[in-house]
Design a protein around this ligand. Structure first.
Ligand SMILES: *Cc1c(COP(=O)(O)O)cnc(C)c1O
Length: 360
């Protein structure tokens, strides 16, 4: 492998396209004749304005974001959005949340500090290994929004069919599936995510929000927590995460170049199939999630014996594969195979696990 890099299966921050890292390296000392690095540049400069404008436009092109949606670059990661969403959207003080794993649970806990939270469906009964049926939920008329975590990074479950919100606004945390496949933005009121899973460097959330949800009657809210201040100032009310926006912009261009999100989805399905096919035929390893809800991005799996799991983790690490330990709340192992993980990496990992299985 070039640069002696390892196959990194981290859930986030996670592996990046090498081509993007190389470009960043090449521009490190002198960005396009500006005489400085992007991290040394004023965010009010013309050069930087072009970087953020292009990043937004390329994201709009990739996802086909309609004109009546704003794209916001906000610091504080996805976690700050757990609070900002209820603070900005709870007009009636009521929202419906679907509980499908660790990240929706955290969002629920924060929303409860702001208003009434109705957990209309949950997969807690089976340790978050499936997506509950949400075709006919009990949703009060005055609900401000319905919230889902569309890909649960820790539990490895994903929504293949969106919930029937009965006309209410849908809010989705796409952190760990952002840009992994095409997305019909107009199905949502807000799509948001931290970028360090599937796009770029940590410390930045992208919020795609329908304009009519941006309120101007929230003057009492701390200013940084109002979507309006970010929207009115082109995500530059204060100094944004200039560096992360720059690198994300490069990833957007890279995705456009390889053929956009349809092509990315094709690659991701093909890649995940290698791993799930292995799990389905293995006598030692098994996936923890029902087939209909399996994530293309995060694959938790176990041997059924925690000591043996620990042995596998040590074995794979020795063979050069990093970050396969499952999250402590689930145990076992987890392979995160985001956009930037090459198929060769998945094949190599499967070969290593097969070898372990043969030896045990
Ligand atoms: C990682 C993650 C978060 C938290 O992201 P931060 O940027 O660390 O705040 C929230 N939701 C999901 C689905 C995640 O994977």
């Amino acid at each position: 492998m070039k640069y002696n890099r390892t196959y990194n299966f981290s859930a986030g921050p996670a592996t990046m396209p090498e081509e993007v890292l190389e470009e960043v390296r090449d521009e490190m000392m002198n960005y396009k004749g500006s005489g400085m690095c992007v991290m040394e540049m004023s965010h009010r400069s013309k050069v930087y304005q072009q970087i953020i404008d292009e990043a937004e436009q390329d994201l709009r092109d990739l996802m086909g974001i309609p004109d009546n949606y704003k794209v916001l670059f906000i610091q504080g990661g996805a976690t700050l959005q757990f609070s900002m969403i209820p603070m900005n959207l709870m007009k009636n003080g009521k929202a419906v949340y679907i509980e499908t794993g660790a990240w929706s649970k955290k969002a629920i806990a924060e929303a409860k500090k702001v208003g009434e939270v109705i957990v209309a469906a949950s997969s807690k009964d089976k340790n978050f290994t499936y997506i509950p049926d949400c075709s006919d939920l009990d949703i009060p008329e005055d609900t401000d929004y319905v919230y889902i975590c569309e890909n649960e990074t820790i539990h490895g479950v994903t929504w293949n069919k969106l919930p029937n919100t009965k006309g209410h606004v849908l809010v989705s945390d796409q952190s760990s599936m952002f840009l992994s496949k095409p997305c019909n933005v107009s199905n949502y009121g807000i799509i948001y995510g931290g970028v360090q899973k599937n796009i770029g460097p940590a410390g930045l959330a992208i919020v795609i929000i329908r304009e009519d949800l941006i309120r101007d009657d929230l003057g009492d809210l701390p200013i940084y927590l109002q979507y309006k201040i970010h929207a009115d100032n082109g995500s530059m009310y204060n100094t944004p995460n200039c560096w992360a926006i720059y690198v994300c912009g490069k990833v957007f261009k890279y995705l456009k170049k390889i053929g956009g999100l349809e092509e990315m989805e094709r690659i991701n399905i093909d890649k995940a199939k290698v791993f799930y096919d292995f799990l389905d035929q293995s006598k030692l390893f098994k996936g923890t999630v029902v087939p209909e809800a399996r994530s293309l991005m995060n694959i938790p799996f176990v041997t059924g014996d925690p000591d043996l799991d620990a042995e596998v983790i040590a074995y794979t690490k020795k063979a050069g594969f990093e970050n396969l330990k499952g999250h402590k709340s689930v145990g076992g192992l987890r392979a995160s195979i985001y956009n930037a993980m090459p198929k060769d990496g998945v094949i190599a990992l499967v070969d290593c696990l097969k070898k372990f299985e043969a030896e045990h």
